[in-house]
Design a protein around this ligand. Structure first.
Ligand code: KIV
Length: 293
Protein backbone atom coordinates (compact mmCIF):
# COMPACT_ATOMS: atom_id res chain seq x y z
CA UNK A 1 0.00 0.00 0.00
CA UNK A 2 1.24 3.45 -0.86
CA UNK A 3 0.33 6.22 1.52
CA UNK A 4 -0.99 9.03 -0.68
CA UNK A 5 1.06 11.86 0.72
CA UNK A 6 3.36 13.05 -1.98
CA UNK A 7 3.52 12.98 -5.76
CA UNK A 8 -0.16 13.81 -6.23
CA UNK A 9 -1.32 17.26 -7.31
CA UNK A 10 -1.14 20.05 -4.77
CA UNK A 11 -4.93 20.34 -4.49
CA UNK A 12 -5.41 16.59 -3.87
CA UNK A 13 -2.60 16.15 -1.36
CA UNK A 14 -3.59 15.78 2.22
CA UNK A 15 -1.81 17.42 5.12
CA UNK A 16 1.17 15.39 6.36
CA UNK A 17 1.08 14.73 10.10
CA UNK A 18 3.55 13.18 12.53
CA UNK A 19 1.39 10.03 12.45
CA UNK A 20 2.07 9.76 8.71
CA UNK A 21 5.81 9.60 9.42
CA UNK A 22 5.37 6.33 11.27
CA UNK A 23 2.97 4.99 8.60
CA UNK A 24 5.55 5.81 5.95
CA UNK A 25 8.22 3.89 7.86
CA UNK A 26 6.00 0.85 8.19
CA UNK A 27 5.19 0.96 4.46
CA UNK A 28 8.83 1.47 3.45
CA UNK A 29 7.95 4.80 1.91
CA UNK A 30 10.93 7.16 2.02
CA UNK A 31 10.35 10.49 3.75
CA UNK A 32 11.50 13.65 1.97
CA UNK A 33 12.50 16.64 4.09
CA UNK A 34 14.14 19.89 3.07
CA UNK A 35 14.95 23.14 4.85
CA UNK A 36 13.27 26.41 3.95
CA UNK A 37 13.75 29.86 5.41
CA UNK A 38 11.29 31.99 3.44
CA UNK A 39 7.87 32.26 1.81
CA UNK A 40 8.83 31.68 -1.87
CA UNK A 41 10.90 28.53 -1.28
CA UNK A 42 8.28 27.23 1.14
CA UNK A 43 5.64 27.55 -1.60
CA UNK A 44 7.90 25.70 -4.05
CA UNK A 45 8.84 22.89 -1.66
CA UNK A 46 5.22 22.42 -0.62
CA UNK A 47 3.96 22.48 -4.22
CA UNK A 48 6.40 19.83 -5.39
CA UNK A 49 5.23 17.63 -2.56
CA UNK A 50 8.02 17.29 -0.01
CA UNK A 51 6.70 15.55 3.09
CA UNK A 52 8.24 17.93 5.57
CA UNK A 53 9.87 21.34 5.75
CA UNK A 54 12.42 22.05 8.46
CA UNK A 55 13.07 25.64 9.48
CA UNK A 56 16.61 24.72 10.46
CA UNK A 57 18.95 26.79 12.57
CA UNK A 58 21.27 26.35 9.56
CA UNK A 59 19.47 29.59 8.64
CA UNK A 60 22.13 31.30 10.77
CA UNK A 61 24.87 30.04 8.46
CA UNK A 62 23.34 29.93 4.99
CA UNK A 63 21.21 33.07 5.21
CA UNK A 64 22.74 35.22 7.96
CA UNK A 65 26.35 34.32 7.18
CA UNK A 66 27.42 33.16 10.66
CA UNK A 67 30.25 30.59 10.85
CA UNK A 68 28.17 28.29 13.08
CA UNK A 69 24.56 27.86 14.21
CA UNK A 70 25.41 28.91 17.77
CA UNK A 71 24.42 32.61 17.56
CA UNK A 72 20.92 31.87 16.22
CA UNK A 73 18.07 32.96 18.51
CA UNK A 74 14.39 32.09 18.80
CA UNK A 75 13.57 35.73 18.02
CA UNK A 76 15.36 35.37 14.68
CA UNK A 77 13.74 32.06 13.81
CA UNK A 78 10.12 32.84 14.69
CA UNK A 79 9.44 35.29 11.81
CA UNK A 80 11.16 32.81 9.48
CA UNK A 81 8.82 30.06 10.71
CA UNK A 82 5.82 32.34 10.16
CA UNK A 83 6.90 33.08 6.57
CA UNK A 84 7.39 29.38 5.85
CA UNK A 85 3.97 28.62 7.35
CA UNK A 86 2.36 31.19 5.02
CA UNK A 87 3.81 29.35 2.03
CA UNK A 88 3.04 25.74 2.95
CA UNK A 89 -0.27 23.98 3.31
CA UNK A 90 0.60 20.26 3.07
CA UNK A 91 4.09 19.55 4.37
CA UNK A 92 4.73 18.84 8.03
CA UNK A 93 6.40 21.96 9.45
CA UNK A 94 9.21 21.55 11.97
CA UNK A 95 10.99 24.36 13.83
CA UNK A 96 14.58 23.82 14.95
CA UNK A 97 15.18 24.80 18.56
CA UNK A 98 18.38 26.89 18.65
CA UNK A 99 21.32 26.54 21.02
CA UNK A 100 20.39 27.12 24.69
CA UNK A 101 16.66 27.31 23.98
CA UNK A 102 16.07 23.79 25.39
CA UNK A 103 19.13 22.81 27.44
CA UNK A 104 18.61 24.93 30.57
CA UNK A 105 15.56 23.34 32.16
CA UNK A 106 12.56 21.25 31.20
CA UNK A 107 10.28 24.19 31.92
CA UNK A 108 12.33 26.43 29.65
CA UNK A 109 12.36 23.77 26.91
CA UNK A 110 8.56 23.43 27.03
CA UNK A 111 8.04 27.20 27.05
CA UNK A 112 10.37 27.74 24.10
CA UNK A 113 9.02 24.78 22.14
CA UNK A 114 5.57 26.25 22.75
CA UNK A 115 6.68 29.51 21.13
CA UNK A 116 7.53 27.62 17.93
CA UNK A 117 4.00 26.17 17.92
CA UNK A 118 1.99 29.20 19.11
CA UNK A 119 3.95 32.08 17.55
CA UNK A 120 5.93 30.36 14.79
CA UNK A 121 2.93 28.21 13.75
CA UNK A 122 5.09 25.11 13.44
CA UNK A 123 3.67 21.62 14.01
CA UNK A 124 6.70 20.05 15.68
CA UNK A 125 10.14 21.00 16.97
CA UNK A 126 13.60 19.49 16.56
CA UNK A 127 15.98 19.10 19.50
CA UNK A 128 19.67 18.21 19.12
CA UNK A 129 21.27 15.65 21.42
CA UNK A 130 21.18 11.99 22.46
CA UNK A 131 20.49 10.37 25.82
CA UNK A 132 21.65 13.51 27.69
CA UNK A 133 18.77 15.45 26.12
CA UNK A 134 16.19 12.64 26.25
CA UNK A 135 14.55 14.07 29.39
CA UNK A 136 14.07 17.41 27.60
CA UNK A 137 12.57 15.66 24.57
CA UNK A 138 10.28 13.74 26.94
CA UNK A 139 9.15 16.87 28.79
CA UNK A 140 8.35 18.69 25.53
CA UNK A 141 6.58 15.72 24.00
CA UNK A 142 4.62 15.11 27.26
CA UNK A 143 3.46 18.71 26.96
CA UNK A 144 1.83 17.68 23.68
CA UNK A 145 4.45 19.03 21.29
CA UNK A 146 5.82 16.51 18.77
CA UNK A 147 9.62 16.27 18.90
CA UNK A 148 12.09 15.23 16.23
CA UNK A 149 15.40 14.08 17.74
CA UNK A 150 18.82 14.74 16.19
CA UNK A 151 21.95 12.68 16.86
CA UNK A 152 25.35 12.02 15.28
CA UNK A 153 26.93 15.34 14.46
CA UNK A 154 24.96 17.91 16.40
CA UNK A 155 26.17 21.21 14.92
CA UNK A 156 25.23 23.33 17.96
CA UNK A 157 27.83 21.54 20.07
CA UNK A 158 30.14 20.02 17.42
CA UNK A 159 31.85 23.32 16.82
CA UNK A 160 32.48 23.70 20.55
CA UNK A 161 34.09 20.24 20.62
CA UNK A 162 36.53 20.62 17.78
CA UNK A 163 34.52 20.42 14.58
CA UNK A 164 32.55 18.07 12.41
CA UNK A 165 33.74 14.45 12.64
CA UNK A 166 31.97 11.44 11.16
CA UNK A 167 30.22 9.57 13.97
CA UNK A 168 30.03 5.80 14.46
CA UNK A 169 33.40 4.85 12.97
CA UNK A 170 34.05 2.13 15.54
CA UNK A 171 31.97 -0.41 17.46
CA UNK A 172 31.97 1.59 20.72
CA UNK A 173 30.73 4.80 19.20
CA UNK A 174 28.28 2.84 17.02
CA UNK A 175 26.85 1.22 20.14
CA UNK A 176 26.56 4.59 21.88
CA UNK A 177 24.63 6.00 18.93
CA UNK A 178 22.21 3.06 18.95
CA UNK A 179 21.67 3.64 22.69
CA UNK A 180 21.13 7.38 22.07
CA UNK A 181 18.49 6.56 19.46
CA UNK A 182 16.76 4.12 21.83
CA UNK A 183 16.71 6.72 24.64
CA UNK A 184 15.07 9.25 22.33
CA UNK A 185 12.56 6.68 21.12
CA UNK A 186 11.66 5.93 24.75
CA UNK A 187 11.36 9.66 25.37
CA UNK A 188 8.59 9.76 22.77
CA UNK A 189 10.17 11.43 19.72
CA UNK A 190 8.32 10.83 16.43
CA UNK A 191 11.53 10.55 14.39
CA UNK A 192 15.28 11.11 14.61
CA UNK A 193 17.64 13.00 12.30
CA UNK A 194 20.91 11.10 11.88
CA UNK A 195 23.66 13.48 10.84
CA UNK A 196 27.01 12.29 9.46
CA UNK A 197 26.83 8.79 10.90
CA UNK A 198 28.49 5.88 9.10
CA UNK A 199 26.09 4.03 6.84
CA UNK A 200 26.40 0.78 8.81
CA UNK A 201 25.46 2.38 12.13
CA UNK A 202 22.65 4.44 10.56
CA UNK A 203 21.27 1.23 9.06
CA UNK A 204 21.44 -0.52 12.43
CA UNK A 205 19.63 2.35 14.17
CA UNK A 206 16.97 2.40 11.44
CA UNK A 207 16.35 -1.33 11.91
CA UNK A 208 16.39 -1.14 15.71
CA UNK A 209 13.97 1.68 16.45
CA UNK A 210 10.30 1.93 15.53
CA UNK A 211 10.28 5.64 14.68
CA UNK A 212 11.66 6.83 11.32
CA UNK A 213 15.24 7.97 10.84
CA UNK A 214 15.90 10.95 8.59
CA UNK A 215 19.46 10.91 7.30
CA UNK A 216 21.80 13.71 6.36
CA UNK A 217 25.19 12.35 5.42
CA UNK A 218 24.23 9.00 6.96
CA UNK A 219 23.96 6.82 3.90
CA UNK A 220 21.29 5.04 1.95
CA UNK A 221 19.35 3.04 4.49
CA UNK A 222 17.59 5.70 6.55
CA UNK A 223 13.80 5.99 6.37
CA UNK A 224 14.10 9.44 4.83
CA UNK A 225 16.56 12.14 3.84
CA UNK A 226 16.94 15.82 4.65
CA UNK A 227 19.17 18.36 2.93
CA UNK A 228 19.75 22.06 3.38
CA UNK A 229 17.94 23.76 0.49
CA UNK A 230 20.88 26.05 -0.30
CA UNK A 231 23.11 22.98 -0.81
CA UNK A 232 20.62 21.46 -3.26
CA UNK A 233 20.39 24.75 -5.14
CA UNK A 234 24.10 25.59 -5.20
CA UNK A 235 23.47 28.78 -3.27
CA UNK A 236 25.84 28.43 -0.31
CA UNK A 237 29.17 29.82 -1.43
CA UNK A 238 31.45 28.56 1.37
CA UNK A 239 31.48 24.78 0.77
CA UNK A 240 29.42 21.83 -0.41
CA UNK A 241 29.44 18.96 2.10
CA UNK A 242 30.50 15.59 0.59
CA UNK A 243 27.11 14.12 1.47
CA UNK A 244 25.07 16.84 -0.26
CA UNK A 245 24.12 16.89 -3.91
CA UNK A 246 23.90 20.09 -5.91
CA UNK A 247 20.94 19.68 -8.24
CA UNK A 248 21.45 23.08 -9.83
CA UNK A 249 23.85 26.01 -9.77
CA UNK A 250 21.59 28.86 -8.74
CA UNK A 251 24.52 31.07 -7.71
CA UNK A 252 25.69 31.16 -11.36
CA UNK A 253 22.14 31.77 -12.60
CA UNK A 254 21.72 34.68 -10.16
CA UNK A 255 25.16 36.08 -11.03
CA UNK A 256 24.25 35.96 -14.73
CA UNK A 257 20.94 37.75 -14.17
CA UNK A 258 22.37 40.49 -11.92
CA UNK A 259 25.33 41.05 -14.29
CA UNK A 260 22.93 41.49 -17.23
CA UNK A 261 20.71 43.85 -15.21
CA UNK A 262 23.71 45.99 -14.22
CA UNK A 263 24.92 46.13 -17.79
CA UNK A 264 21.46 47.09 -19.15
CA UNK A 265 21.06 49.87 -16.55
CA UNK A 266 24.52 51.22 -17.37
CA UNK A 267 23.87 51.33 -21.12
CA UNK A 268 20.27 52.58 -20.77
CA UNK A 269 18.72 49.38 -22.13
CA UNK A 270 16.59 48.97 -18.99
CA UNK A 271 13.87 50.09 -18.31
CA UNK A 272 12.25 49.58 -21.72
CA UNK A 273 9.03 51.12 -23.10
CA UNK A 274 7.03 48.16 -21.67
CA UNK A 275 8.33 48.79 -18.14
CA UNK A 276 7.25 52.44 -17.84
CA UNK A 277 4.04 54.17 -16.72
CA UNK A 278 2.59 56.92 -18.97
CA UNK A 279 0.34 59.96 -18.45
CA UNK A 280 -2.72 60.63 -20.63
CA UNK A 281 -1.68 62.80 -23.61
CA UNK A 282 -4.07 65.60 -22.50
CA UNK A 283 -2.67 65.63 -18.96
CA UNK A 284 0.88 65.68 -20.27
CA UNK A 285 0.06 68.68 -22.54
CA UNK A 286 -1.55 70.46 -19.55
CA UNK A 287 1.56 69.87 -17.45
CA UNK A 288 3.85 71.08 -20.27
CA UNK A 289 1.80 74.29 -20.59
CA UNK A 290 1.92 74.91 -16.84
CA UNK A 291 5.68 74.45 -16.76
CA UNK A 292 6.14 76.91 -19.68
CA UNK A 293 3.91 79.68 -18.20
O1 KIV B 1 19.57 23.19 10.83
C1 KIV B 1 19.44 22.32 9.96
O2 KIV B 1 19.25 22.61 8.78
C2 KIV B 1 19.49 20.93 10.38
C3 KIV B 1 19.50 19.90 9.31
C4 KIV B 1 20.82 19.87 8.69
C5 KIV B 1 19.05 18.59 9.80
O3 KIV B 1 19.56 20.66 11.53
Amino acid sequence: MVIELSGTSSAERKKVTVADFSKMKSHNQRIVMVTSYDYPTSIIADEVGVDSILVGDSYGMVVLGHDTTIPVTIEELLPVCQAVKRGASHSLLIGDMPFLSFQISEEDAIRNAGRFIKEGRMEAVKIEGGREMAHMAKAVSNAGIPVLGHIGITPQTATLHGGYRIQGKNADSGERLVEDAKSLEEAGVFGIVLEMITEEVARMITKTISVPTIGIGSGRYCDGQVLVLHDILGLYPRFVPKFAKRYTDLASTIKGAVTEYASEVRRGAFPEEKNVFKMDDAERDKLDLRQKS
